[in-house]
Design a protein around this ligand. Structure first.
Ligand code: UDP
Length: 239
C-alpha cells in the first residue's frame, strides 16, 4: 500500500540541466530515466503530476542574445529546446508504463498536442502525467514562470522545484560548510534576499496566487516521493 500523499496534484519543475548528468550539454538518457523513475514513484501514490522542464541544457535565450542573436529569436530557440527535453521525458516515462502527454504552448501538431487548458485538466484526471512544453510560448519569460503559470491554471496545490540541494540556504552550501538551510522562507524574503529559488517574476506570480514552492533535491533517491509521504528535508516558500 502507498502512504496517503500530502498533495493530490502537483507541478514538478526541473531545469534542463538536471537532464544532462555529468555531461556539459544535452541529454543524458540514464539521468532522464532516473528522474522518470522518481516521477513514477510519486505517480504510483495516486498523485496527479504536471511537469515543466527547462531548456538550459540545450539553449538559453539570454546566452544566444549575448552573442549577437536577436533576443526574441534566441528565446524561441530556447522554447524549442524545452520541447526536446519534454519528448525525452515522455519517452522515459512511457517506457516505465506511465501514460504521458506533452502539451506545447507553441502548436506543433505532428510532435505533441497543443496546450488547451481543459484538455490538460482532463489528462490529469485520467491519471496521465502532463508535460508542459515550450514555456509560456512568449519570449522574455522563463520556464520557472511557465511552471508557476501552469500550476495556477491546473490548480496544483504546490510547485516542486527540483534542484541539486535539499532546499534554500543562506549561502551556497557547496562553498560554505556553515551554510544554513531554511525550513521556510516567505515570498518577499526570497525576492528581497535574491535567494535564487526561482526568478523574480515566477516568485511574484506564485505569491499573488498563494502557490507554495517546495525546493528539494532531485539528486536524493526517493526524495520527491518522501516529501509527498510527509518526510525529508526541503524548504517551503510561501506566505
Ligand atoms: N523561454 C522563453 N519563454 C518561456 C520559457 C522559456 O523565451 O516562457 C526560453 C528562454 O530563452 C530560456 C529558454 O527558453 O532561456 C530555456 O528555458 P529556461 O532558461 O527557463 O530553462 P532552465 O534554466 O530551467 O533549464
Amino acid at each position: 500500500a502507498h502512504p496517503q500523499p500530502k498533495y493530490k496534484r502537483v507541478m514538478l519543475k526541473i531545469s534542463g540541466e538536471a537532464l544532462m548528468g555529468d555531461q556539459g550539454y544535452g541529454l543524458n538518457p540514464p539521468t532522464v530515466q532516473r528522474i522518470a523513475n522518481e516521477v513514477k514513484s510519486v505517480h504510483d501514490m495516486g498523485v496527479e503530476i504536471c511537469m515543466v522542464i527547462g531548456g538550459g541544457n540545450i539553449f538559453r535565450g539570454l546566452q544566444g542574445s549575448a552573442q549577437g542573436m536577436e533576443r526574441t529569436t534566441a528565446d524561441y530557440m530556447g522554447m524549442l529546446a524545452t520541447v526536446m527535453n519534454a519528448l525525452a521525458m515522455q519517452s522515459a516515462l512511457e517506457d516505465l508504463g506511465v501514460f504521458t502527454r506533452v502539451v506545447s504552448a507553441i502548436p506543433m501538431d505532428q510532435v505533441c498536442e497543443p496546450y488547451i487548458r481543459r484538455r490538460a485538466v482532463r489528462h490529469l484526471e485520467k491519471g496521465r502525467v502532463v508535460i508542459f512544453a515550450a514555456g509560456t510560448g512568449n519570449p522574455y519569460f522563463t520556464t520557472d514562470t511557465a511552471a508557476t503559470l501552469r500550476a495556477n491554471e491546473m490548480t496544483c496545490e504546490a510547485i516542486f522545484k527540483g534542484t541539486k540541494v535539499d532546499g534554500v540556504y543562506d549561502k551556497d552550501p557547496n562553498k560554505f560548510p556553515d551554510a544554513k538551510r531554511y525550513d521556510h522562507v516567505s515570498y518577499d524574503e526570497a525576492l528581497a534576499k535574491r535567494l535564487g529559488v526561482m526568478d523574480a517574476s515566477a516568485i511574484a506570480l506564485a505569491r499573488d496566487n498563494k502557490m507554495p514552492i517546495i525546493v528539494f533535491s532531485l539528486d536524493e533517491p526517493g526524495g520527491f516521493r518522501g516529501i509527498l509521504a510527509g518526510e525529508g528535508t526541503y524548504t517551503t516558500v510561501s506566505g
